[in-house]
Design a protein around this ligand. Sequence first.
Ligand SMILES: N[C@@H](CCC(=O)N[C@@H](CS)C(=O)NCC(=O)O)C(=O)O
Length: 205
Amino acid sequence: MRIFRIPFSTNVERVALALAHKGSHVEWVDVDPEDRSAVREVSGQDLVPVLQTDKGEVVADSMRIVAWLEARRPDPPLWPAHAGRRAEVDVFIEWFNLVWKGPPNRIAAELERDAPDTRAIEGWSAQLRGWLEQFDNLLGDRDWLLTESFGAADVCAFPFLKYGVLHDPADDELFHRGLADHLPIAGNFANIEAWVHRVDGLPRA
Ligand SMILES: N[C@@H](CCC(=O)N[C@@H](CS)C(=O)NCC(=O)O)C(=O)O
C-alpha cells in the first residue's frame, strides 16, 4: 500500500499517527505541492492524503483512510468496541471536519486577500478560542479526547490543535501560521497543552 503526501500536511499526519498505532507499514509517495498530477491521476482530485493498494483500490480523505485501516486491522483499535461510543467518536469527527475546520480555513482565505477583513478574522478567532474551553474540559479527567486510550478523535484533532503549542519554524504555510496565531493554548489551557505533548510523543509511520 502507498500513500501520497506533501510536507507538513495536517491531514497526512492523521494517517501517519494511525498507521504507527497499528504497526502498519506504508510506502510514502512524496508529491510536489505545486504539481498534483500524480494525485489527480490516481484519485481524480488534488488533495492528499490518498491511499492506493497493490490491488488498485484508492481511498482519498484522511479520516476515511483511518477508518479503512481500522476495518482491515482492528487491533489495536482506534474506535471503541461499543456501538454507542463509536457513534460518539464519529459525530466528533464530523463536527471537527465540517464545523471546527471552518474558521481557520476562512481566516487563511481572508489573509490571502489584498485587504483582509480584520473584524471578520476576529470573529472566527473568537469562535476558535471558545471551543478551546470545551477541548480543555473534554481532557479534564482523562488523557485522550473521547476514549480511555489513544483513539480516532485524537488522530483527527491533534495535527490541527498542536499549532497552539508546537510550530516547526520550517513550516511557513499560511494556514498553519493562522492556527498558531489563533489557538492560544500554551500557558492558557493546561489540559490541552499536556495532551498535545502526550500525542506528540507517539510515533508516526
Ligand atoms: N478532507 C481531506 C482534506 C485534504 C486536504 O485538504 N489536504 C491538504 C493538505 S493537509 C491539501 O492537499 N491541500 C492542497 C491544496 O490546498 O492545494 C482530508 O481529510 O484528507
